[in-house]
Design a protein around this ligand. Structure first.
Ligand code: DP6
Length: 373
């Protein structure tokens, strides 16, 4: 499927005003996206668990405006005007305007809030860009439906009124906002990036993992230990760019699809030891890429390593299947089967909470994607 599929026919934009609200979860990659080509095309396929509790809720109000020369919007986080969000949204609007021609017909008021504290070090870009894209798709659907009432073409009907097109285009738009955001619309496992063994997989949008997954992964838990809530020293976007001319990049881009294939086998068999090995190796490889970039950087903190060692020590003395993964920061995601929940929370409270900033951690689990409210 090509980008052209997502270019909309001009609408009459006969709707004066309205609003839509979507809530979208965050996601945690098992095989990581790190390195991209132009236009937010990933260098390798990635696969993630969709989360359940960590989410962004966004309402977009839209009202017709006269001047069609510029984009016009205001952004509020928890009711407060958020000027520093504007450049990212402006860039996003520019990137997606060709696919959403109504963007300069309306003034938008974007109200957003996160279920997790803004300062938790949990990136809100995935959940935020996903929720915003879904709100924009709802507007497009409303405009198309209005036009459809007077049209005889079945083409429009096929394009916008099917839920699968709606979700696919929303994921496509979200990707243009932030790559990992295209994996936040559905659940419980999402693949982004073309992979020869995964039917329907694409570099342009995330797709729900299309095969059966072993019961061992039902209701898998993710407890996020908040090691460092500060602003990251190096943004993901800068980090991705450092994969250009990186001495190990080409090997990494070959390794990731192999790890996706290995995970496919794990999802079939339910082999949790193999799961642990792939997921932890992916997390450390991601950080190894950062440490071997030029300029090099380290996003882990001493407490990140303390926690990792404690997890390994715990596994060595029990038959636990808990493992860790990391995103582009110092926080540690502990992944484990639901049946281990009580024991793991006990481990956290007895041994790990001391390494969390202000003792904070967030209990989450895999979830099933975005919802319209
Ligand atoms: C380490 O999606 O935040 O979390 O596309 O530049 O917005 P941009 O990057 P972003 O990168 C996420 C990187 C990661 C790994 C992952 O989620 O796959």
């Amino acid at each position: 499927m090509q980008e052209q599929q997502f270019i909309s026919k001009a609408y009459t934009s006969s709707v004066e005003s309205g609003r839509f609200t979507w809530s979208s979860p965050s996601n945690i990659a098992l095989v990581k996206y790190w390195g991209k080509k132009e236009h937010q095309i990933p260098e390798n396929p990635s696969i993630s668990f969709t989360l359940d509790h960590c989410k962004t809720t966004t309402t977009v109000y839209f009202s017709k405006k006269e001047d069609r020369n510029d984009f016009s919007f205001d952004v509020f986080l928890d009711g407060k005007a958020q000027e520093d969000f504007k450049p990212k949204i402006e860039t996003f609007f520019k990137r997606v305007h060709a696919y959403l021609p109504f963007l300069n017909d309306y003034h938008f008021k974007i109200e957003t809030s996160n279920s997790f504290p803004h300062s938790s070090g949990i990136a809100s870009s995935a959940s935020g860009m996903s929720a915003l894209s879904l709100c924009l798709m709802s507007i497009e659907r409303a405009l198309m439906e209005q036009d459809l009432a007077t049209s005889t073409s079945t083409n429009i009907k096929e394009k916008v009124l099917t839920d699968s097109y709606f979700i696919q285009k929303a994921s496509f738009l979200a990707r243009l906002g932030s790559g990992s955001a295209c994996r936040s619309l559905e659940g419980d496992l999402v693949v982004w990036g073309a992979h020869k063994e995964i039917k329907g997989s694409s570099d342009l949008f995330g797709v729900k993992y299309p095969y059966d997954v072993h019961d061992n992964f039902k209701n898998y838990q993710d407890t996020i230990l908040l090691v460092d809530k500060g602003q990251k020293q190096v943004s993901s976007t800068v980090g991705h760019n450092l994969m250009h001319d990186h001495p190990f990049a080409q090997e990494r881009f070959k390794q990731a699809p192999k790890n996706v294939s290995r995970l496919m086998e794990v999802f079939k068999t339910g082999d949790l030891d193999a799961f642990i090995a792939i997921v932890e190796s992916e997390a450390l490889t991601l950080h190894a890429m950062m440490m071997t970039s030029m300029p090099y950087f380290i996003l882990m903190k001493p407490n990140t390593l303390k926690i990792i060692n404690k997890i390994w020590a715990y596994r060595a003395t029990t038959n636990s299947k808990v493992c860790f993964t990391l995103d582009a920061g110092a926080n540690v995601h502990m992944l484990y089967p639901e049946a281990e929940s009580d024991k793991i929370i006990e481990l956290i409270n007895n041994e790990l909470v001391a390494y969390c900033q202000n003792g904070h951690y967030i209990c989450d689990r895999i979830g099933f994607g975005a919802r319209q409210l």
